[in-house]
Design a protein. Structure first.
Ligand SMILES: *Cc1c(COP(=O)(O)O)cnc(C)c1O
Length: 498
């Protein structure tokens, strides 16, 4: 097995560290993101991989990329993360209709795909702490557009030696998402609402994580920072697993034949989930196109089509709030790989983004964006797609999955390509039931209370109400801090008593 090392997208000296160190640090001191120095090609192992269950496949793929962990350490992590208390049996489900398969990634505890990685990240961190004999406590700082927050809180609650603080946009998440976070129990968790958007939260968190002075003060208090956002490589690698798993599942069920190319279509915000699909492709998964679907915040669509990333535009709050992002952090990793691993070039683009809010890429990188197709779905198109899929297949999708499905339709119309497509289904519709309900039925009455409407949705959809939703009915609200977006750093200093 090749040994894989990690380096920062912005470090011209290309200093390498181990995967466990990269997981602990979250983000590099220079503000860059950690990336693997190479990708193992798994093509020759497909026959073996095909026979593995989800946990087995996760152990295999994590073992390849996190090569400084022993197989026992990795197995311990996957067994505990993907157990039946945390996930429905089968971990993921696949629903196929004609030439598309919805890869349901929302059968974990918080009902969004974030559980796939955030249920294992705490175990990877614990193992890394032990490996490096770290005496400091870890402080996880997380910005959330809704789903990461709850999944991270759930993953890290009650974990010894790790504290977590989550910042979320007060008016930028669904009712259910907010309730899920505000009812989170645990001595080691803190939830803070900000009057601002996700980008405000993420920028402040990135600033805190890489500020030398803050890090020094924290160190004196016996803490070190880490991150649970998809800037942490420990989030991305577990997300590679389900693309392989879905592929083998489709082969086994004769939906596709072995080695047949597929497309993968992902509702995208911070560019983490689709980057994991790109990594899967680099590791030998037969992928034709990666379809990057955006909502009305279509900064990525413009980037892929024109080669210009420009965040200077209006920010919209949409019915797919987990994708309401103007600065997609993980794009930096893609730029690193496509630039021929050129940290100086990446640094210059990121400086430009920081200073003037935009950058444009050179012709060479532009040409290499061919693996991708990008499109966006308006609010009306998203609602129409939820309705269309429901009427056609009696299958209810959430607002994020619907963005992907709508963009996939546009792709097929534009290209005629009818390659079998995996659509990442990223959340349970119960998390966004008001917008989903009102999209498929004129019986929706906005004056009815949440839980009455949820019961009605059960009848319409024929899908059982997940425990995590019914529990919210009686759960106590335990957090109530709301701050201005300009006060995130001060508020943090306060909470951490620096
Ligand atoms: C986070 C999230 C997304 C966006 O995923 P990224 O990895 O940030 O691109 C899409 N849908 C849902 C439901 C999410 O929670």
């Amino acid at each position: 097995m090749a040994s894989i090392k990690y380096l920062s997208t912005r470090d011209s000296s290309k200093r390498c560290i181990s995967s466990s160190e990269a997981i602990l640090r979250g983000i590099a001191d220079d503000g860059g993101l950690f990336v693997p120095d190479k990708f193992p090609n798994l093509s020759s192992s497909f026959e073996k991989m095909k026979e593995l269950d989800y946990k087995g496949l996760a152990s295999f793929i994590l073992g390849e990329l996190f090569s400084d962990f022993t197989i026992d350490e990795i197995d311990y992590c996957t067994q505990n993360a993907y157990n039946t208390f945390k996930f429905d049996k089968g971990i993921v489900k696949i629903s196929t209709y004609e030439k598309t398969s919805f890869l349901e990634l929302f059968h974990g505890q918080t009902l969004a795909f974030k559980d796939m990685a955030l249920s294992i990240l705490p175990y990877l961190m614990k193992a890394s702490i032990k490996k490096h004999n770290i005496k400091d406590k870890i402080l996880i700082l997380t910005a959330t557009s809704g789903d990461t927050g709850k999944a991270a809180l759930e993953g890290f609650a009650g974990i010894d030696g790790i504290d977590i603080i989550v910042f979320y946009p007060k008016n930028g998440v669904s009712n259910i998402q907010e309730r899920q976070m505000l009812t989170q129990k645990g001595e080691n968790v803190k939830v803070v609402a900000i009057r601002g958007n996700f980008d405000d939260a993420q920028s402040a968190v990135k600033y805190l994580l890489s500020d030398a002075c803050i890090n020094g003060k924290l160190k004196n208090k016996g803490y070190m920072f880490s991150s649970a956002n998809s800037i942490n490589i420990g989030r991305l690698v577990p997300q590679i697993v389900y693309y392989f798993y879905a592929y083998f599942n489709l082969v086994k069920n004769n939906v596709i034949i072995n080695k047949e190319n597929i497309n993968i279509c992902v509702p995208t915000g911070n560019f983490g989930n689709i980057l994991a699909a790109f990594y899967a492709k680099k590791m030998g998964l037969p992928v034709n196109k990666l379809i990057c679907a955006s909502n009305k915040n279509n900064v990525l669509t413009d980037f892929f089509n024109d080669g210009i990333y420009n965040k200077n535009r209006e920010f919209y709050t949409t019915i797919s709030p987990s994708m309401d992002i103007l600065i997609s952090s993980n794009l930096e990793r893609l730029l690193y790989h496509l630039s021929g691993e050129d940290p100086c070039y990446v640094s210059s683009l990121m400086d430009s983004l920081k200073n003037i809010g935009k950058y444009s890429i050179n012709e060479k990188i532009k040409a290499s964006l061919n693996d991708f197709y990008a499109g966006f779905s308006t609010e009306a198109e998203t609602r129409k797609e939820i309705d269309r899929i429901f009427k056609k297949h009696s299958y209810v999708i959430d607002t994020h999955t619907a963005v992907a499905s709508a963009v996939h339709n546009k792709y097929v119309a534009a290209t005629g390509d009818n390659t079998h497509t995996i659509i990442a289904a990223t959340a349970s519709f119960y998390k966004f039931f008001r917008d989903v309900y009102s999209s498929i039925s004129d019986k929706y009455d906005k004056n009815k209370d949440d839980f009455t409407l949820i019961d009605e949705m059960k009848k319409i959809s024929n899908v059982n109400i997940p425990q995590a939703i019914s529990d919210l009915k009686t759960a106590d609200i335990l957090h109530n801090t709301v701050i201005d977006k300009g006060d995130i750093v001060d508020s943090f200093i306060n909470i951490a008593k620096l």
